[in-house]
Design a binder for this molecule. Structure first.
Ligand code: 4AD
Ligand code: MG
Length: 460
């Protein structure tokens, strides 16, 4: 007989079924029955299995059917009549695949997320983490659907690279040289004898390669892992995170902002539609304003204001900030959150940032003080998207590289795109974990990725 997933059993027809999963709890009644709550991860809900103690072999199995054990149950699905009650399976045959002794860490009590991080191999079996992973999965699927429906081509950009897209020097080096005894020429490490014949790194962004393909296929998107060796021990930063980066030929900054806004609203409504049970759970257990917030965002128009106006808003506020608010300084998380939570109470798109604090590839505005950059800021989160219109003028780009101490020789192919059939184009990057965080309301980014990599932590 074929196994049925619990998700389908909960709305299934009465009859013979085979169900498999992990025991969440067991309760024994005096009347000679045990009630087992089984979960198989197909949905948040468990299904109740009723086991008659007179079942063949029951007494031998009883000791093994503990919290955390994995079992297979053959039985009859009984559709419950009463309101609020759910279907149950009356077992006719049980097999224990794997018992779980009393030292199974996930006993009935509620555990802290910090503790669960230490048992990353078992935390997927908790309600919260299971729900996070199903939402994450839905978001990934919906991201592809959004772009596929609009004719974007999914592009895989390299993970090993020689160029620093963001120019922030936050790259992990990739090498096969012996760290204790690297080959040297005139005292300097000889990267010519390294695996790739030069110094290589893990990518911080697929954007530069994405632009190559946008200059041929018009609309592309990447969705892959990116790496940043920034020593940020915050609840919003990972050293390894996933980024979605669309890149569009013929888009200016306004088109770019329109797409970003449509994209976020689409993803929020997808999750509300397809993850209703899990979202109810987050709304009840993690953030009781979550569903309302998401609905409001879907119906709102994102506030768009220039960086200069943002500075003005911050300067006239009575709030005390840790970091200085002055034209020319980067907006910090506290500023970003203040704008979206207190001033506008909805998502905010800040654009036209000072040239000095933004990357070399962003298009210079007239006057040369600002670039056509944009950041999308969400309440309770801060920056979720960073993007820009790209500089398509060869001379201007070359000058900006020099100003920012980048070696144009290393970016010759990137400059070539401006030499051969250059076109106006734009794109942005959305931090996938920050999206999952925002949607679920989870406080810490380490709890929305299967295996978080952060400073001093890569064990499992
Ligand atoms: O703003 P960022 O650095 O932009 C870029 O990398 C551009 N190349 C994107 C583009 O235009 N194609 O990063 C984009 C987003 C941020 O807004 C944030 O959501 C996320 O990536 N992000 C991080 N998420 C988790 N941990 C980190 N350390 C992150 N750094 C950036
Ligand atoms: Mg950014």
């Amino acid at each position: 007989m074929k196994r049925t997933k619990i998700k389908d059993l909960l709305h299934g027809k009465e009859g013979e079924v085979l169900v498999k999963g992990w025991v969440r709890t067991r309760r024994d009644s005096k009347g000679g029955f045990s009630f087992l709550e089984i979960n198989d991860g197909s949905c948040l809900s468990n299904i109740q299995v009723v086991a008659d103690h007179s079942l063949p072999g029951y007494s031998a199995m009883e000791k093994q059917m503990t919290t955390g054990s994995c079992i297979s149950v053959h039985g009859k699905l009984v559709v419950s009549q009463g309101k609020g009650q759910s279907n149950e399976v009356q077992a006719s045959e049980i097999e224990v695949y794997g018992s779980a002794p009393v030292d199974y860490p996930l006993q009935k009590k509620r555990h802290s997320f910090e503790f669960l991080r230490e048992i990353a191999h078992l935390r997927p079996r908790t309600n919260t983490f299971g729900a996070v992973m199903r939402v994450r999965n839905q978001l990934a699927f919906s991201i592809h659907r959004f772009f596929q429906d609009r004719g974007f081509v999914y592009l895989n950009t390299p993970i090993v690279t020689t160029s620093d897209c963001e120019g922030a020097g936050e790259m992990f080096q990739v090498t096969t040289l012996d760290p204790s005894n690297p080959p040297r020429v005139d005292g300097e490490i000889d990267y010519a004898s390294d695996f790739f014949g030069e110094k290589t790194f893990l990518t911080v962004s697929g954007q530069l390669e994405g632009e190559i393909f946008a200059m041929a296929l018009s609309d592309i998107y990447t969705f892959g892992p990116t790496f940043r060796a920034e020593n940020s021990n915050t609840s919003r930063h990972l050293a390894e995170f996933w980024m979605v980066e669309p890149e569009m030929a013929f888009y200016d900054l306004d088109d770019n902002m329109d797409l970003a806004e449509e994209f976020i609203k689409y993803l929020l409504s997808e999750v509300m539609e397809h993850c209703a049970e899990d979202m109810e759970f987050f709304n009840k257990r993690i953030d009781t304003t979550k569903l309302e917030t998401l609905k409001n965002i879907i119906d709102s128009r994102f506030e768009r204001l220039t960086y200069s106006d943002a500075i003005h808003q911050l300067q006239k506020s009575t709030e005390t900030f840790v970091y200085p608010v002055e034209w020319g300084f980067a907006l910090q998380a506290e500023h970003e959150r203040y704008l979206s939570e207190k001033v506008f109470k909805k998502p905010v798109v800040v654009f036209n940032y000072p040239e000095k604090i933004k990357s070399f590839y962003m298009k210079l505005n007239e006057g040369g003080e600002t670039v056509r950059a944009m950041d999308v800021l969400l309440p309770n989160l801060g920056e979720i998207i960073g993007g820009s219109q790209r500089e398509e003028n060869y001379e201007v780009l070359l000058q900006r590289m020099k100003d920012k101490d980048l070696d144009p020789k290393e970016y010759w192919w990137y400059l070539d795109l401006r030499k051969f059939g250059s076109a106006p184009h734009s794109g942005f990057g959305l931090g996938f974990e920050r999206l999952v965080q925002f949607v679920t309301g989870m406080e810490n980014i380490r709890d929305v990725i299967p295996f978080p990599r952060t400073p001093k932590h890569a064990k499992f």
